[in-house]
Ligand binder design. Structure first.
Ligand code: ADP
Ligand code: ZN
Length: 734
């Protein structure tokens, strides 16, 4: 690309002090620089912001960022200014005069990024000004708000479709952390994007531990929990305003400094509490969900849910606020049936369809709470990801329940899903399996299919538990946008036709475990690199002083993780900052010196010679790779790994992308003529069968027809692959 001020990697180093992109970031940046629409789905803390900030900075012109939350805009702009990027926001919190100044700066090319609310952007005033600005991209944050399938629909987002109509040539980046499959599909079409590519990062946040406990004597448990983590920042989410106040009071009685936060307080009070939390002056906040949306504080070390959130998206977003710096953090959810009843009552209102959606979403979270299998697997399966191994960092993994061989049970269920053509929901499926005489079952003719009544031996309740587990394990999928029909997945094919073993937990065990849960405590492991905690604490003190001097929150100066790395590397001169992630040029110059002094003082105190302080980190701990990666596109990367002999699963683990994405990369390259031995992905006998099938069907045929021809015997990916190979006739000896 010509006309760029810096390359993307140069900007990453110069401004942010990072040496390597995370998975997908570079591909996304390249695409935006090339002027193409892009949907980015990454978990909170995944690194979405960089994906539009860097292109805006390196391209001529101004990036417009649309964000629904005023507080978040302020935070982002503060963070950008701290690293030397010229950014500003425009919203109702500014005076008329301040707004004028920002507009002047935008016009005169003094800004790289401008943050706006959707209302401001769509206001007639601003729409009039828009064409006169030299805009290089539109970034739409919290893009799931545009879809009514999402949990956070905002009607004003719908107007954003106008952008693409008015400015078809300016690329749009739509970003979100919380999109289920239905929402994902909806974002691009609602915004009217052109030929957009969806980048779906892994939702796995391995640094967060997961734990669920029954909701008994909660405040006592919370006091214990917080005392064990003294001084660490954390949030307790509660359902009610009153709950936040009384819990904060109890914690204070036990010597824990805690504030509360809810929508019933005045703006001034709320700001005061939020600022104190952000600035590490109050470690604990008891809050309703009103809290946290507008803050980017990276050193939140734990999140507790005093009550069940209303769906997985909210839950994941809320726990996602912990450990954004990538250092270890803990999460705990309290589960009580009374919370379910609470929501049931709330859901009485609203149209029936909406109620059904909300209820189903709540049910998935209840399943998570009652789970007797790896919780991370369940969480990820909700977002369409399948974790092969148990995570080892949740309470279930730390104390696993006994399982039974559930392969036959699973096959029964899957076969019934297949034979009802993937159109029925959970209840009907269970009815069919148990041979129910319900009218609906008979009228649809389900009593004539082979698996009707095959599962009579189990009670309805048992079946509901089993089917739930199959969904959690990614063996079945629930389609919200298709009337909650159960769908087969790539894993179901393996279970049905390749005898993949399925482990299930018996319903009785599930109940017993829930009763015992209190005894299992999860504490995350220590950081992966060694550092002296005393030095870390001293560096935190330096950070606090700088924070007061410059009136910015401590984490805007440096993340906890950056200080931990500093405490390990012990830099004594500016050049040593190269080895520490998160120290860019501006920060090195502005904040670096006092940290070097602190390290030296620590040396004196502990009798360490100054020249022995600095320790260049070992490779593969957190050291930057000095040799810069050449810029490669995402497909090429997958192709290269495949050529090096890795299989789909291995590449998927290496790149942090789901196997389906890797598969589509390989197919894309192959169809473009790349010399790839994709025959490795399929065995010869399947290929021969597919060829016979294709001859029988005769062209043209759809993949679905072929799938049906084989009665589900050959999986979709395998069929797609086989057909591609055969159509190209590159395998001559079949
Ligand atoms: P999101 O917007 O997806 O919630 P952010 O963009 O705020 O996430 O990024 C989360 C954290 O990860 C930030 O502290 C950011 O500086 C850091 N980060 C982002 N990209 C990288 C990278 N390539 N290397 C190291 N840290 C990164
Ligand atoms: Zn686990």
């Amino acid at each position: 690309m010509t006309g760029l001020k810096l390359t993307a990697v140069q900007a990453l180093e110069k401004y942010f002090g990072y040496h390597q992109f995370r998975p997908l970031q570079e591909e996304i940046i390249d695409r935006l620089v090339a002027g193409k629409d892009t949907v980015v789905i990454m978990p909170t803390g995944g690194g979405k912001s960089l994906c539009y900030q860097i292109p805006s900075v390196i391209m001529p012109g101004l990036g417009i960022v649309i964000s629904p939350l005023i507080a978040l805009m302020k935070d982002q702009v503060e963070g950008l200014l701290a690293v030397g990027i010229k950014a500003a926001f425009l919203n109702s919190s500014l005076s008329g005069q301040e707004q004028m100044r920002v507009m002047e700066d935008a016009h005169s090319g003094k800004l790289d990024l401008l943050y706006l609310s959707p209302e401001k952007l769509m206001s007639p005033d601003f729409q009039g000004i828009l064409p006169s600005l030299n805009i290089n991209l539109f970034a739409i944050d919290e893009a799931h708000c545009i879809s009514s399938w999402g949990h956070d629909f905002r009607p004003e987002y719908r107007q954003l479709a106008l952008l693409k109509k008015r400015f078809p040539n300016i690329p749009v980046a739509a970003l979100t952390a919380t999109a289920d499959k239905a929402t994902r599909k909806d974002i691009g079409s609602q915004l009217g994007l052109h030929d957009e590519e969806i980048f779906l990062a892994s939702f796995d946040r391995p640094n967060l531990s997961l734990e669920v406990r029954p909701g008994r004597k909660k405040w006592q448990q919370i006091v214990d929990y917080v005392l064990k983590r003294k001084g660490d920042s954390g949030i307790v989410y509660c359902n009610s305003r009153k709950g936040t106040e009384s819990l904060a009071e109890k914690l204070n009685e036990h010597g824990i400094q805690a504030g509360y936060y809810h929508a019933g307080m005045t703006d001034v009070e709320r700001n005061r509490v939020q600022e104190a939390f952000i600035n590490d002056q109050i470690p604990v906040i008891c809050a309703t969900i009103a809290f946290g949306m507008g803050i980017d504080k990276s050193n939140i070390r734990w999140v507790i849910h005093h009550n069940l959130p209303k769906n997985m998206e909210s839950f994941y977003q809320e726990i996602g606020r912990a450990g954004r710096d990538g250092a270890k953090a803990d999460t705990l959810l309290f589960f009580s049936v009374s919370d379910i009843i609470f929501y049931e009552r709330l859901m009485q209102e609203g149209p029936a369809e909406y109620k059904e959606l909300q209820r189903n979403k709540l049910k998935r979270l209840e399943d998570y709470a009652r789970a007797a299998t790896c919780r991370r697997k369940i969480l990820l399966s909700y977002f369409g990801e399948y974790l092969e191994e148990n995570c080892g960092n949740c309470d279930v993994c730390k104390s696993p329940p006994a399982t039974i061989d559930g392969t036959t049970i699973a096959q029964m269920a899957l076969s019934a899903v297949y034979r009802t053509r993937e159109t029925v929901g959970i209840q009907t499926l269970v009815d069919v399996l148990r041979g129910s005489r319900k009218r609906d079952v008979i009228q649809k003719g389900y009593n004539t299919i082979k698996t009707y009544g095959a599962g009579k031996a189990f009670s309805e309740d048992d079946w509901l538990v089993y089917v739930g587990q199959l969904i959690h394990q990614g063996i079945l999928e629930l389609a919200f946008d298709e009337n909650y029909a159960l769908k087969l997945t790539p894993v179901s094919q393996e279970v049905l036709f390749e005898n993949k073993k399925v482990e299930l937990v018996q319903p009785a065990t599930v109940e017993e475990r829930l009763a015992q849960q209190e005894k299992i405590e999860v504490r995350t492991a220590e950081p992966v690199f060694d550092f002296d905690d005393a030095l870390f604490q001293q560096l935190k003190t330096v950070r606090m002083e700088l924070s007061q001097k410059y009136s910015v929150p401590p984490y805007i100066i440096f993340h906890d993780k950056t200080l931990q790395e500093m405490a390990a590397v012990r830099p004594t001169e500016k050049a040593h900052f190269f080895y520490i992630n998160g120290v860019g040029e501006t920060k090195k110059d502005r904040y670096g010196a006092p940290f070097l002094e602190a390290v030296k003082a620590y040396g004196k105190e502990n009798g360490i010679d100054e020249k022995d302080l600095f320790k260049a980190p070992e490779q593969n701990v957190f050291a930057p790779k000095k040799q810069k990666k050449s810029r490669k596109d995402t497909v090429e990367t997958s192709v290269e790994l495949f050529k090096s002999g890795m299989d789909l699963e291995e590449i998927s683990a290496e790149r942090g992308l789901v196997p389906g994405t890797i598969f589509s990369h390989l197919m894309k390259a192959y169809q473009k003529g790349e010399d790839l031995d994709i025959g490795r992905l399929i065995d010869k006998s399947s290929l021969q069968r597919i060829q016979k099938g294709m001859i029988q069907m005769g062209e043209p045929f759809s993949l679905k027809e072929l799938f049906e021809y084989f009665e589900g015997d050959i999986s979709y990916p395998e069929l797609r692959l086989g057909v591609a190979i055969l159509r190209k006739e590159v395998i001559s000896d079949v």
